[in-house]
Design a protein around this ligand. Structure first.
Ligand code: ZN
Length: 244
């Protein structure tokens, strides 16, 4: 704690990062600048996408199967732009994600397999924003809640899901969680050198960006504001929790 009562954090240089989100594109909106910065510093960056993304289209000729395949490729392309290590898709139905033990088990499995020191996910406390005039997608909240539950205590304790332990998935303690929250945050990653990777990552989501330039301008503005608060040209802001 510093004298203002605000928590002050040192920058982080993780070795292994796991991003967990509901849909292809969520992590690229909220965290791809940071993911690119971590990758640039040598981290192995992985994405785990929980739903099949099969509902996100206004095109009435689109089918769920076609959209799922398209969005998978868009997500792979986005991660490839910044040198991410890979993407795994769990294929829960889009729009119906719930915080179940099954979902938590799937996330625990990823955590115990990859052993990330940093996990990035959505902030489940973000329900709505009257400032931006939005209700947060329920899948986003479910993704964040299930991930937090998986990080603590479930991935840590070998007696939680003993079948995973028996299959060789050793318990793992995550050091830091970064929650994507555009309005309430306590930490920023310097993305001055990686803002262009973020723009490229957004560009990859062709099916989701009918107004790409407008979206990129909004993201650039947000990054500029988050950076200004922290002495960076561009930043990406998170609610950071360092787990004791
Ligand atoms: Zn989403």
């Amino acid at each position: 704690m510093n004298t203002s009562g605000k928590i002050s954090f040192n920058p982080i240089t993780p070795k292994i990062v796991l991003g967990v989100a509901a849909h292809p594109d969520d992590l690229d909106f909220g965290a791809s600048g940071a993911m690119a910065a971590f990758a640039k510093d040598g981290a192995s960056v992985h994405y785990l996408i929980l739903t099949d993304g099969s509902k996100g289209s206004a095109d009435t000729t689109m089918t769920p199967e076609k959209l799922t395949e398209m969005r998978r490729q868009e997500q792979r392309d986005a991660v490839a732009h910044f040198g991410g290590a890979g993407v795994e898709f769990l294929d829960y139905p889009d729009g119906q994600l719930e915080v179940t033990m099954e979902l938590k088990q799937d996330i625990i499995k990823a955590i115990r397999t990859l052993k990330p020191d940093v996990v990035v996910t959505m902030d489940p406390t973000m329900v709505y924003s009257s400032l931006r005039g939005i209700i947060n997608h329920p899948d986003h909240r479910a993704a964040g809640q299930a991930t937090l539950d998986a990080v603590y205590p479930l991935a840590r304790d070998h007696m939680s899901f003993p079948e995973l332990f028996e299959q060789g998935h050793e318990p793992h303690k995550v050091k830091t969680v970064l929650l994507i929250n555009f309005e309430h945050n306590n930490f920023a990653v310097n993305i001055t050198d990686t803002i262009d990777f973020k723009m490229k990552a957004l560009e990859a989501h062709v099916s989701q960006m009918p107004e790409l330039e407008k979206t990129q301008a909004w993201m650039r503005d947000l990054a500029s504001k988050a950076g200004a608060k922290n002495g960076y040209t561009y930043g990406e802001a998170f609610m950071r929790i360092d787990i004791d």
